[in-house]
Ligand binder design. Structure first.
Ligand SMILES: [Zn+2]
Length: 76
């Protein structure tokens, strides 16, 4: 019944896990990587991953271990 764009409701957005937990407890809205603000409620597994979130997520190099392997230019 809510009026407004509904497209984002059909995607599962990436959100920091901490935020999700807090939201689940307090019912506060979270901000996805793509900038989408919403209150997660339904099972996100039912939805395809938001393409924008996915792109941002991958570009961030999640894991933060990019320095470990010393990619390229590491002559020994
Ligand atoms: Zn998104």
């Amino acid at each position: 019944m809510s009026h407004g764009d509904g497209d984002h409701e059909r995607f599962a957005h990436y959100v920091q896990k901490d935020k999700i937990m807090a939201s689940a407890l307090e019912g506060t809205p979270v901000v996805a990587l793509c900038g989408k603000v919403w209150v997660p409620g339904r099972d996100p597994k039912k939805y395809p991953v938001c393409p924008m979130c996915k792109e941002i997520y991958e570009s961030m190099g999640v894991g933060g271990d990019k320095d470990k392997s010393g990619k390229g230019g590491d002559k020994k």
